[in-house]
Design a protein. Sequence first.
Length: 142
Amino acid sequence: MKVNYIGKISEENLPAIFVPYFLESVHAGFPSPASDYIESPIDLNKHLIKNGAATFLVRAQGQSMLGSGITDQAVLVVDRSVKPAHNSIVVASIDGEFVCKRLKLKPKMCLMPDNPDYPPIFINHGQELEIVGTVTAAINKF
C-alpha cells in the first residue's frame, strides 16, 4: 500500500470541527429506539490527534492493509512522536518509496501487509529503511 502526502497538521491551524455526538451507541445487530438527547459535540481533531506538532495526514493507495480496516484512498493519521513497536501499523520509506504496513520485529524484521494476497517486505542488507511515523487512525469513505 503506497501513501501520498496530504499535509502537515499544525496546532495553530486546526479549526475546531464539532460534530453532534449521540450518547446512545448504535447497535450493529437488532435495531433499538433512538435516544432523544445528544451529548456535547465532539471535536474530531481532539479525538484523532494527540500531538498536532508531530502529526501529518497521508492518503493510502492500494488493498494490502484491508485486514486492518485501511481501504484504498483512506486518510491516515500518522504520529511521528509515537514510538513504533512490534505489530504497529507504520508509514515507512524503503529506498525512498513510501508504504503503509504492519511492522514485525520478530522473528525477522519485515513490513507485513494485512491482506494475504500480498507478500511481506523483508528488509535486506544495504536497503535504506526509515520508519516515518505510526498510524494512529484511518478515515475511510464508503
